[in-house]
Structure formats: structure tokens, C-alpha cells
Write a protein that binds this ligand. Structure first.
Ligand SMILES: Cc1ncc(COP(=O)(O)O)c(C=O)c1O
Length: 356
């Protein structure tokens, strides 16, 4: 039985073309700055994101961490959405390793943070009781808010507020290319308000490893030191950077297919009695490749059905989904699942809900 893995867009395996590019990559010692393929990827990504320079890192978590460490120091505060990946799922790295104080504020359903709420969260710099606010972190697309896109105008508005107070903005753009393809907005526009932006290669772009952090040259040099500090200096990393270059050339525009598949998936889920998905409804801006859904205990025939039971039943039918707490389940479309897999997954879901 073929397994249809919808837990995440990180489960993709490199394609034959990508593997070939990796095998043939020119390499050198990147800690000495001598890997031509890493340099090329960093330059190309910086160019796509409208920034001066880039830094290849092992993961999205490392990219966010070294960005935060390069922006802020011990006792400084960063404002972050309470549903942000940086706040929820990165092992508290900014505070554990940087002694940077997170100040979580509510995320609205569209992934934004209310601008007035942000304004109120900024500390009074002349009050010695308060930790100085150094950084605001945003996320685009917003994972826990359903893969929703933040507009360039919203990010600009946050940046205007931040910059007026001498505060920097970091954008966790793990899926920024999804945001760009879904809205037809160039990634550089989506990132223009932020001093730094991190983009993942290992998600919808289909690479086995890697993320790139971009920003001004001086910032990237500070981040490079922080990357070394956290053990992220890699040697002949061109082998994995080559996958990133291949992905930029081959896997960006096709993200539209993942978005279409996700729309079909969400619509199919919403037709199943007892299940509902926000992504089946109209998007605040645009939905992308994430579909969240939940079991409505009042509408489902089997009142004892939980997310864990449903995920187990799906697994038995060869479909993998991710329980994300409460009665919520996540399914993510990506380049290793096609349209017919979506129909198979929906069939499995229908029968799993009915216990058949
Ligand atoms: C929005 C967002 N940011 C950052 C990350 C971290 O990326 P990584 O798993 O490569 O550390 C993820 C991972 O899923 C994510 O969804």
C-alpha cells in the first residue's frame, strides 16, 4: 500500500534532478567562505528577497535563532505572536541561548497582530524597570493560523511602527514563497519592511536540508558569528546548497499546485459530516498549502471519535496526518502528493470518520 504522507511539507524526498545537482556541486570549506555553491545560493536568495546578503543555515529554527541573537542581546525583549513558530516550537532558543525575553501578544485569525496591540506592547525605553524592546517577529505564511498570507502592506505597517521606535523586524518566512505564489506578490515585496527574513528550502521547495537568512551585510556578518556559536558552521555544504539552487529554479512556481490541492482537500473535508476546516472558507488574504480541520463532537455520528483515534484510523489506511492539539488535525500538501492522492486521502477520511 502506498503511504500518502500529509503530516508536513518537510517529508519530501529530493527528486532525481535535485540529487544530480547535489552530486555534481562544486564545493569548498564554507567556514573559510570557500564554498562556491553556498555563496551562489546565498547571493541568489538575497537577490530574490531584496536584501544585501544571505547566510545558509541548517534549519528554519537555526535561521530564526541566529537572526534573533544578531538583533538583540541579554535582557532585551522581542515581541512575538503567541501562535508564532518562534514562540511555540523552537525550544525557547532565544531565551535559553540569548537571554532574550519573549513578549507574546495575541495573533488574530488572519495571522497578524493588531497594530494598536503591538504599539501597547512596546516598552518605555526610559523606564529602568522595563526590558528594552529590540525586535518584533512576524511569520509569513502563518503556520498555526492556517497557512494564511500576511500582506506586504501589513508588514510595512508593522515596520513603520517599529522603526519609529528604533526597533527591528524579523520575518519568519519559512513558507514565504508559498505566500508569494499564492498572491502573485514578489517575495522581496513581502519582505521589504523587515530587516531580516528567513526562508526554508526544506519545506514546500522540496530540499532535504537548509534555510537561508537574508538582511543587510553587517547584520549577516553578526548572524554568521552567531551561526558559528551555535555550531552551525558547515564545511562542504555546497552539496546541500546545490539542492536549494535547484529548488529556486524548478520548484517555486509549482507551489500553486500544492495550493490547489489544499483547496480541494479542505473543500472535501468540509463535506464530511462532523468535520470542519477554516481553509474551506474564504481566506482573509489567501490560503496556501496547509489545511487544518477539527472534529465537531456535536455533529459527528460517533461521539467518542477523537483526533488521535481518527489519525490512527487514517494511518491504518495509509494516510498520515498530524494531530496538533485539542481536536485539531493538520494535513499539508507538497510536491510528493498529487491530485489523485488527495482524492484517495478524502476517501480514507470519509471511511475513518464512519469507522468503516
Ligand atoms: C513557520 C515556521 N517557522 C520555522 C520553522 C522551523 O523550521 P525547521 O523545522 O527547519 O527548524 C517551521 C517548521 O515547520 C515553521 O513552520
Amino acid at each position: 500500500m502506498k503511504t500518502i504522507d500529509l503530516r508536513s511539507d518537510t517529508v519530501t524526498r529530493p527528486s532525481p534532478g535535485m540529487r544530480r545537482a547535489m552530486a555534481e556541486a562544486r564545493v569548498g570549506d564554507d567556514v573559510f567562505g570557500e564554498d562556491p555553491t553556498v555563496r551562489e545560493l546565498e547571493e541568489r536568495m538575497a537577490d530574490r528577497l531584496g536584501k544585501e546578503a544571505g547566510l545558509f543555515v541548517a534549519s528554519g529554527t537555526m535561521g530564526n535563532l541566529v537572526a534573533i541573537l544578531a538583533h538583540a542581546g541579554r535582557g532585551d525583549e522581542m515581541i512575538v505572536g503567541e501562535l508564532a513558530h518562534t514562540f511555540l516550537y523552537e525550544a525557547g532558543g532565544a531565551s535559553a541561548l540569548g537571554s532574550i525575553h519573549p513578549h507574546p501578544v495575541p495573533n488574530l485569525a488572519d495571522g497578524t497582530i493588531d497594530i494598536d496591540r503591538l504599539r501597547r506592547a512596546i516598552r518605555n525605553p526610559s523606564d529602568p524597570h522595563q526590558p528594552p524592546t529590540r525586535l518584533i517577529c512576524l511569520e509569513n505564511t502563518h503556520n498555526r493560523c492556517g497557512g494564511v498570507v500576511l500582506t506586504a502592506e501589513y508588514t510595512d505597517a508593522v515596520a513603520d511602527l517599529a522603526h519609529a521606535e528604533g526597533i527591528s523586524v524579523h520575518l519568519d518566512g519559512a513558507r514565504l514563497f508559498n505566500a508569494s505564489v499564492a498572491t502573485g506578490t514578489p517575495p522581496a515585496e513581502l519582505a521589504r519592511g523587515a530587516e531580516s527574513v528567513m526562508v526554508c528550502l526544506s519545506k514546500g521547495l522540496g530540499c532535504p536540508v537548509g534555510s537561508v537568512l537574508c538582511g543587510e551585510r553587517g547584520f549577516i556578518e553578526r548572524a554568521r558569528r552567531m551561526r558559528k556559536l551555535v555550531g552551525g558552521g558547515m564545511r562542504q555544504a555546497g552539496i546541500i546548497a546545490a539542492a536549494g539552487i535547484y529548488a529556486l529554479e524548478n520548484n517555486v512556481e509549482r507551489l500553486a499546485e500544492d495550493h490547489e490541492n489544499a483547496r480541494r482537500l479542505a473543500a472535501g473535508i468540509a463535506e464530511i459530516e462532523g468535520l470542519s476546516s477554516p481553509q474551506a472558507g474564504p481566506p482573509p488574504t489567501a490560503w496556501t498549502n496547509l489545511t487544518y480541520f477539527e472534529i465537531d463532537p456535536d455533529a459527528v455520528a460517533d461521539r467518542s471519535l477523537t483526533a488521535d483515534i481518527l489519525v490512527e484510523r487514517l494511518r491504518d489506511k495509509g494516510v498520515l496526518a498530524l494531530p496538533v492539539g485539542g481536536e485539531q488535525i493538520r494535513m499539508v500538501t507538497h510536491l510528493d502528493v498529487g491530485r489523485s492522492d488527495i482524492e484517495t486521502a478524502l476517501d480514507a477520511l470519509r471511511s475513518a470518520v464512519n469507522g468503516t
